[in-house]
Write a protein that binds this ligand. Structure first.
Ligand SMILES: Nc1ncnc2c1ncn2[C@@H]1O[C@H](COP(=O)(O)OP(=O)(O)OP(=O)(O)O)[C@@H](O)[C@H]1O
Ligand SMILES: [Mg+2]
Length: 254
């Protein structure tokens, strides 16, 4: 079980996350939903152990993850928001390096790499350096790298960024299947549809504050809304999107 209690993060006096508590059991997909700058990545970074909370704790099976971060990270698969890959490596070279760092046997890693490349349609690019990969292709490498060691916890920060329609649908099915396998999943996105379709539970963040936290179906019901989009619009969108969009299009014409 993964649990966060009373998570607070401030950056030099500015509070990026006010007070977040959540518990995730195997099979559960927790969605973090919120507009830009609402604190999703800050939360994710604390759940992965990359960032120390200013207050509060993240626990894995009851133990503070910072007590033995290596042990926790050995069961964690993480897809970061920014793809930081070594551009001069090819996808198999990069994944094989990750497999080595994870302590996996070379023969197992090679077999898994072949399958990931094949399933993600990257086989014909196995000799292409990652610097020549498109955003979506890089994202597929990052997802493969996160899953290579069959983690118990999978944390994804905006994982469908750059993915085309088919790949997004594949990702959706992948996340659902990972949940069925009994993994704990945390999924951050500002794409409502995706959260609605893959997550069992959702936390809606707005300016660092949790403004709603419930089961996806329950939340929709409570707000008497047809979709999560309406709930989200009511809770976390305080911009007149039409007016701003039209004004942006006019800036360079004035
Ligand atoms: N390293 C940092 N130093 C100072 N402030 C930061 C830092 N990282 C994030 N913040 C601030 O914390 C707030 C939350 O940022 P965060 O990256 O968690 O948002 P987000 O919900 O992931 O947004 P996005 O949808 O754009 O990825 C923002 O106001 C941001 O400016
Ligand atoms: Mg973010």
């Amino acid at each position: 079980m993964l649990s966060a209690s009373g998570l607070i993060k401030s950056y030099g006096g500015i509070i990026a996350l006010k007070d977040l508590s959540v518990t995730a059991v195997p099979g559960q997909v927790i969605g973090l939903l919120g507009p830009n700058g609402s604190g999703k990545s800050t939360t994710i970074n604390m759940l992965t152990g990359l960032l120390q909370p200013t207050r509060g704790q993240v626990r894995w099976h009851g133990r503070n993850i910072h007590d033995d971060l290596l042990a926790y990270q050995s069961v964690l698969g993480y897809v970061p928001e920014e793809p930081r890959l070594y551009g001069y490596l090819t996808a198999p070279e990069y994944l094989s390096m990750i497999g080595g760092l994870r302590g996996l046997a070379e023969s197992i890693v090679n077999r898994r790499i072949d399958r990931y490349l094949e399933l993600f349609g990257l086989d014909s690019d196995r000799y292409t350096p990652l610097s020549s990969f498109s955003k979506g292709m890089r994202q597929k490498v990052l997802i493969s790298a996160a899953l290579l060691h069959d983690p118990q916890v999978v944390i994804l920060d905006e994982p469908c960024s750059g993915l085309d329609v088919a790949s997004t649908l594949i990702l959706r099915s992948l996340v659902r299947t990972l949940a069925q396998q009994g993994k704990v999943i945390v999924y951050s996105s500002h794409v409502l549809d995706m959260v609605e379709k893959v997550c069992s539970d959702v936390l809606i963040l707005h300016r660092g504050q949790v403004v709603a936290q419930d089961r996806v179906d329950h939340l929709r019901e409570l707000a008497k809304a047809a979709s999560l989009e309406e709930v989200f619009a009511a809770l976390a969108v305080d911009t007149d999107v039409e007016t701003v969009g039209q004004a942006l299009a006019e800036v360079a014409r004035a």
